[in-house]
Design a protein. Structure first.
Length: 157
């Protein structure tokens, strides 16, 4: 796995503050998605006292959590699926050629890095960015190709 194949995108940077006797201390959380635009994508959350360190940790966590996404011909997914994480739900639906990626900012970043070009998404429930990102990944993990489903049915008989 060479570094050159993967592109990364910072989904969001969150600043948190803790008040001490001498004043406030800030820390940062960075949600980062990495992907090769060819069916592999990962999402990670890194936290640190400085933004660059948080982004670097997010990239490291995302690389460790890579998943394979099956991509059907017009650059879409094989079937509709709902990913759930916490109180967030994300509906992912296949779309015809020329539709493009119709999604909010968080799902768009993840599915584009996975290599999907035609997809419909809808965020349901909580719009918390962290939970939405993890819900998209859960939805992508559930995807199965026709061939995989056929093999699972054969094995079940």
């Amino acid at each position: 796995m060479a570094d050159a194949d993967f592109e990364d995108k910072v989904i969001f940077i969150r600043r948190t503050a803790k008040t001490y006797k001498g004043g406030r201390r800030f820390r940062f959380g960075a949600m980062v998605a990495i992907g090769d635009r060819n069916g592999r994508v990962g999402v990670g959350l890194g936290k640190a006292k400085e933004v660059p360190a948080a982004v670097q940790k997010g990239q490291y966590v995302a690389r460790r959590n890579l998943i394979e996404v099956p991509i059907e011909e017009p650059g879409t997914i094989p079937h509709a699926v709902i990913g759930r994480h916490g109180t967030s739900q994300v509906l992912l639906k296949p779309a015809g050629a020329g539709t493009g990626v119709i999604a909010g900012s968080v799902p768009r970043a993840i599915v584009e890095l996975a290599g999907l070009r035609n997809l419909l998404t809808k965020e349901l429930g909580s719009r918390n960015q962290t939970n939405v990102a993890y819900a998209v990944v859960e939805g992508l993990k559930q995807l199965r190709t026709f061939e995989e489903m056929r093999q699972e049915r054969e094995a079940a008989k």
